[in-house]
Design a protein around this ligand. Structure first.
Ligand code: GUE
Length: 289
């Protein structure tokens, strides 16, 4: 039985990190600038802790200064906003990331609004979202940016293809549908109210799945030879990580497929580093844009 080519996000992320090392050296030698990222974590959700620890380690690996600001779960929103104001003014930090989700008493919308768009390396600020939509240079949200980079690095052409995105979240489904469309794909965006999901997904040359539920996509949803990008991160009862796609069943149908773990997740992290270095280059007047 034939088997899809694995899109190895882990090794691609290592390539991205190697490429960043030379840009970081240039920043240092030409402008005396060391890129810096501040990460704020409110509360002590263990999953968020793991993610933030990973981001801090990534920064250290490539030579980005980082600071992990831990605030208690009970931290008032006003105080968090003041911390953001302080970081907005601190020239050592070119990027600010507030880990989501936030405790219920804090408005993610107000928090995201407060970050200066020039330091919004998550690409969540409405200014960056708006610029992205109209095709202007902007910080792209890390997961959609990572997906486009994975397609590019795999030599998968997007122009003229039919791309189907499942999931319409603000951080993945919606923005990746826009980026695919800007790369000249014909895009269908499916969501929880879509009727006959399989009828849509079976037409996909490129299928991006970002629902957050294991096995929403099985072999009956996939056209032979399709490229399948699995954004889901779910935990099985045995505690294993698994995506939204029935990997074993779909891999014999698809031409390319991303694994979970080791697919989109590592590239999401890598693109955060790219955005942070880009933010630093901008302040130093280096590079394009
Ligand atoms: N402000 C903000 N920005 C984010 O970008 C953000 C966030 N909040 N909140 C949570 C989500 C989730 N997210 C992940 C990134 C990488 C992996 C990743 O590297 N996953 C590994 C597995 C890691 C593991 O073993 O748990 C993989 O897929 O191979 C996972 C999840 C970023 N997020």
């Amino acid at each position: 039985m034939s088997s899809a080519q694995l899109i190895d996000g882990k090794s691609m992320a290592q390539d991205v990190k190697r490429e960043l090392a030379s840009r970081i050296k240039r920043l240092e030698s030409e402008a005396g600038v060391r890129p810096g990222l501040a990460v704020i974590l409110v509360g002590d959700d263990p999953a968020s802790e793991v993610y933030v620890r990973g981001k801090i380690r990534d920064c250290r690996d490539v030579g980005i200064r980082s600071e992990w600001i831990r605030l208690p779960d009970s931290n008032p929103e006003e105080d968090l906003l003041r911390q953001i104001d302080r970081l907005n003014e601190d020239p050592r930090f070119h990027g600010i990331l507030v880990q989501l989700p936030l405790p219920r008493h804090i408005s993610a919308e107000r928090v995201i609004h407060r970050i200066r768009p020039e330091k919004d390396v998550d690409g969540f600020h409405p200014i960056n979202v708006g610029k992205m939509v109209i095709g202007q240079e902007a910080f792209l949200p890390c997961t959609p940016y990572g997906i486009m980079e994975m397609l590019r690095r795999s030599g998968i052409s997007v122009a003229g293809k039919h791309a189907v995105v499942v999931g319409r979240s603000n951080i993945v489904g919606k923005p990746v549908s826009i980026l695919l469309q800007q790369a000249d794909a014909t895009v269908t965006l499916c969501h929880s109210k879509t009727r006959d999901l399989a009828a849509h997904t079976r037409r996909a040359d490129i299928l991006v799945v970002a629902v957050g539920k294991a096995r929403v996509i099985g072999p009956e949803h996939v056209k032979p030879g399709a490229v399948v990008i699995d954004v889901g991160i779910n935990r099985t009862e045995e505690g294993r990580l698994t995506g939204d796609v029935d990997f074993e069943a779909v891999r014999s149908i698809a031409s390319h497929i991303t694994p979970v773990p080791g697919g989109v997740g590592p590239m999401t992290r890598a693109m955060l580093l790219v955005n942070t270095v880009r933010a630093a280059e901008r302040t130093a007047g280096i590079g394009q844009g």
